[in-house]
Design a protein around this ligand. Structure first.
Ligand code: NAD
Length: 283
């Protein structure tokens, strides 16, 4: 079987074209969308990601301000900044970068982001709205997985999806979104006794564990669709996913590439959320 590459580039381009047009219309009315990127680390991978978000925002006509709190910021300091930006009408959207300083958990501080500015859906309120099936911002990476599957016409209703990873950032919100699409969902994690025994029963396997090469040909059944969310640093300085693409090739019906799969769609959806927030605030 030929394994189709489930690229995210075309979908990301379409989403970005729409966001750009809507951002321009807002700017024309003197209401340019404005994103605050709050950073409290000196991590090079995070700096690279923040820079790529700033460039993506600039390309779409979204104003983006990096707010640096330093790698030793306390939870109180981070909460105070998020509370202040949440009340500040100059900003439509807030993203808090990870990693956070040692000893500060995302859950300790994310509740200070107002739900109407929480464009990556990280706060307990946003996650609760999602779990209840109520409107709110959804974590962009999880949404990107579902949108990528839909874009490539992969049906979800009644199908068994195995999600590998149970973080609040990707695995758990993705499980909620897949349930809303009427899939039957199994969530696997580091304590799952026999990963392959579960994933080989799935029509779709989503790898979101952050372990390079975790998912191999033996983890999937013939004809399954595999979505690779993982972004792991490779020895040569590039990024690789969680899926061993060589061993899955020829067995999977489709596989999303890394880079070029979930990543560009995630960024495009984040930017769309910023424009959505601006439209609601200023529209
Ligand atoms: P995390 O470390 O918070 O969670 C990893 C999850 O994987 C945990 O729930 C853990 O139980 C599970 N896991 C770990 N080892 C496992 C194993 N051997 N078998 C089964 N399950 C295992 O990570 P995260 O923040 O959820 O991110 C997951 C991956 O997705 C990372 O590689 C991250 O870089 C990537 N990511 C990509 C995007 C994107 O836009 N493409 C966005 C966010 C995260």
């Amino acid at each position: 079987m030929d394994t189709v590459s489930l690229s995210g580039k075309e979908l990301a381009a379409a989403l970005n074209a729409d966001s750009k047009e809507r951002a321009a219309a807002l700017t024309e009315r003197g209401a340019a969308p404005r994103l605050a990127l709050v950073v409290a680390n000196d991590d090079p991978a995070s700096a690279w990601y923040v820079n790529s978000l700033r460039k993506a925002a600039e390309r779409l006509g979204i104003a983006c301000e990096r707010i640096d709190l330093g790698a030793d910021a306390s939870a109180d300091r981070i909460r105070a900044e998020l509370t202040e930006r949440s009340a500040d009408p100059a900003f439509d959207a807030i993203m808090l970068q990870t990693p956070l300083p040692a000893g500060v958990a995302l859950d300790d501080v994310s509740g200070a982001i107002a739900a109407d500015k929480d464009v990556d859906g990280v706060s307990p309120l946003s996650l609760g709205l999602l779990a209840s099936g109520l409107p709110g911002f959804v974590p962009a990476t999880s949404e990107a997985v579902v949108e990528l599957l839909k874009h490539h016409d992969i049906p979800l209703t009644g199908r068994h999806v195995a999600v590998v990873g149970r973080s609040n950032v990707v695995g758990k919100p993705l499980a909620q979104l897949l349930l809303a699409e009427n899939a039957t969902v199994t969530v696997c994690h580091s304590r799952t006794a026999d990963l392959a025994a579960v994933t080989t029963t799935a029509d779709v396997v989503v790898a979101a564990a952050g372990r390079a090469g975790l998912i191999t040909g033996k983890h999937i059944r013939e004809g399954a669709v595999v979505i690779d969310v993982g972004t792991n640093e490779s020895p040569d300085g590039g990024i690789v996913g969680d899926v061993d693409a060589d061993s899955v090739a020829g067995k999977a019906e489709g596989l999303s590439p890394v880079p070029g799969g979930v990543g560009p769609v995630t960024t495009a959806l984040l930017m769309r959320h910023v424009v959505d927030a601006a439209q609601r605030h200023r529209g």
